[in-house]
Design a binder for this molecule. Sequence first.
Ligand code: ADP
Ligand code: TPW
Ligand code: MG
Length: 579
Amino acid sequence: MTIVSKVEQAPSPAEGERDLTDGFHLVIDALKLNGVKTIYGVPGIPITDFGRMAQAEGIRVLSFRHEQNAGYAASIAGFLTQKPGICLTVSAPGFLNGLTALAHATTNCFPMILISGSSEREIVDLQQGDYEEMDQLAIAKPLCKAAFRILHAQDIGIGLARAIRAAVSGRPGGVYLDLPAKLFGQVMDAETGRKSLVKVIDPAPAQIPSQESIRRALDVLKGAKRPLIILGKGAAYAQADDAIQRLVDKSGVPFLPMSMAKGLIPDTHPQCAGAARSTVLKDSDVVMLIGARLNWLLSHGKGKTWGDATKKFIQIDIEPKEMDSNVEIAAPVVGDIGSCVSALLAGMEAGWAAAPAEWTAAVAKKRDENVAKMAPRLMNNNSPMDYHGALGVLRTIIAERPDAILVNEGANTLDLARGVIDMHQPRKRLDVGTWGVMGIGMGYAIAAAVETGKPVLAVEGDSAFGFSGMEVETICRYNLPVCVVIFNNNGIYRGTDVNAAGRDPATTVFVKDSRYDKMMEAFGGVGVHVTTPDELKRAVAKAMDSRQPTLINAAIDPAAGSESGRIGNLNPQSVLKKK
Ligand code: ADP
Ligand code: TPW
Ligand code: MG
């Protein structure tokens, strides 16, 4: 008897012989049937052979050093491709390591499936102490959009179809798929197995907004004296780039991109209000949100950030429950962004009046003033470097290579890079997202390189880098075009804190003048240590053009940063006097 892996190429069975398949191959065939090309994970019992077989069957299986990084890679692969990114882990500890990323995917509305092997159900349920025993399904459930377990080989097709649909339809999110060890070895007739597989048709169906909601939104927009469009990462995810561009152009409305929506329309577009953020939030009277939630990142749509003027909100989102989540939404438009924006465009009759010139001129003036104020700071060649001097050159690097992908995390390193580095193309800026989580860096960089083939520039705070730094080995192993720049200011926010109590170092500082570049050299990559913006520029340009794995340790003035970057106001204050 032969175990048949490629069901579609199964030879006709010889007389009296039935071809068989098994759980391993059915999962692989189901993934392939649904277009999965890459799996991010860490091997071990019970999925080591699964990884080998998937690789043999032509799926790219990328092995990481820690599941959390593989999970972040899968989550951003989902964002970039609109297909669920797949993360594969072992049971209990591997599963838990991957779970943070699954929760992150759900929070950020990225489609992802965490597939974990699990231990024997009968033993787990009686809590008899199996190898890596854990009730993974129960633990995953509250942290993701949906969670499934497959117990029988004949259910693999349906189980994967459910997982894929749950991840990508409606508001995308993380899905957990539990595959007990026993499933992989289950054998069934190959032909029956092939027939049991499901190719998911139209996994994320268009969701057409009602005509009434479109009319209402256009009425509100028409009445605006100071309109603003806010583009969120949902708009970037939706890949409705042309329609959004046409809406912005036709309406003449200033737009503000949220962090990961930067570049959806170039930051250099005349209507971009990125450099006039406080003014447009405060002074606008009608705000159209496209794939952006009114969460903490937008001060919940109220308070002094939003000024005194009464605002009317138009919100375009695929998730009906998002409407009125923080403030009243005057014109909810529920549907997928492509369909909604196209319907709005269709409803804007010829001769639609562009946004009032008085307002657009005021926004442009404010923006130009702010840009002019910043310009000289970006041109300094100080050593030790400050953030602006270093970021000024990275801004040029990206302007010269607009198709490169920028990954960014840290506190000052994040907030200042977001403000300084203009993005020119959609989905090129990948960062900490809704939670402001540290640790996405290397996972995102690896997936970005793998999924797009473009060179990646990862701009990392020294603390941020530490959360996923071991994956530089992975970058070298797969020879990926990733250039990591570490803004090394000797610590979290600043490198200057001292512990008044003596003994141990302060909680926010690291070993002084660490040479992270040597880490890259340890694995055969290029390591460079730089102390001036000129040196930084040369090193990054070389790395991006050579596509060689590179880590540049950029020494930043330890006193240059501020506590928590731009969000220091969120720190609770003690009323007690310091000792
Ligand atoms: P940002 O952090 O950039 O402000 P958020 O993550 O808060 O963005 O918001 C993204 C929003 O986009 C979510 O509310 C999500 O439901 C929505 N969304 C995601 N994909 C689509 C889509 N294809 N069509 C409509 N809305 C979408
Ligand atoms: C998973 C808290 C926010 S920002 C940051 C930490 C630890 C590091 C800032 O230092 P870095 O940048 O990266 O050196 P810089 O330029 O300001 O010096 N754990 C998680 N997520 C978060 N957000 C934290 C801790 C945090
Ligand atoms: Mg730092």
